[in-house]
Design a protein around this ligand. Structure first.
Ligand SMILES: O=C[C@H](O)[C@H](O)[C@H](O)COP(=O)(O)O
Length: 218
């Protein structure tokens, strides 16, 4: 089974968690794209979606799924999204596609966060995947210096501007043994919008696509 087939299997398994007549929070990336495609098959039984990026909004609309402004809805029972790394406590690193801030906002509102991923994303310790940090452009150098003080090696993601008009620093070399603590410390740096650690609001369920089927972790 290929990695893409594992992503697709995890994404399709997430459809079973979608309640009828609800607005669905939708993430960003290749795994979330499989979920959007699966959601299209049940679009008659949902009201629509909230998207965590312009790219996902466009894909949802291309399937004829209504896309709502997050401020226009009363409740969001479910959010489904991928991850770059996730550990056994369901703490994740996200933002490889630069969508971390909107993803974190949608995750904060959602009553349940279902993470969908292929088996390569499950790790014992987070940090091998460089941690994305969204930064206000004028604060880039300041934030980079502060990230060095926290033990990381930040690299500017050249040519990338987020949907919010900001830039991304990818922090290499972190062994993230206390994800919630580090998430808070980085977010305290002036000029940081947010970072890609999802520990303070972690996933509730992980659907992991593996060679032997989809495994569920809670
Ligand atoms: O910014 C992007 C998101 O956090 C994605 O969920 C993450 O990068 C995983 O993407 P993929 O499903 O393509 O591996």
């Amino acid at each position: 089974m290929t990695l893409d087939e594992m992503k697709r299997a995890a994404a399709r398994a997430a459809v079973a968690f979608v309640p009828d007549n609800c607005v669905v929070g939708v993430g960003t990336g290749s795994t979330a794209n499989h979920f959007i495609d699966a959601l299209a098959e049940i679009k008659g039984r949902i009201e629509g979606a909230v998207a965590s990026s312009e790219a996902s909004a466009a894909r949802l609309k291309s399937h004829g799924i209504p896309v709502f402004d997050l401020n226009a809805i009363d409740r969001l029972p479910i959010y489904v999204d991928g991850a770059d790394e996730i550990n056994h406590y369901l703490h994740a690193v996200k933002g490889g596609g630069a969508a971390l801030t909107r993803e974190k906002i949608v995750a904060a509102v959602a009553e349940q966060f279902i993470c969908i991923a292929d088996e390569t994303k499950l790790v014992d310790v987070l940090g091998k995947f460089p941690l994305p940090v969204e930064v206000i452009p004028m604060a880039r150098s300041h934030v980079a210096r502060q990230l060095v003080l926290l033990g990381g090696r930040p690299a500017y993601r050249e040519g990338v501007v987020t949907d919010n008009g900001n830039v991304i620093l990818d922090v290499h070399g972190l062994q993230i043994t206390e994800p919630g603590k580090l998430e808070g410390e980085i977010n305290q740096i002036v000029g940081v919008v947010t970072n890609g650690l999802f520990a303070q609001r972690r996933a509730d369920v992980l659907l992991l696509g593996t060679a032997s089927g989809v495994q569920t972790f809670r």
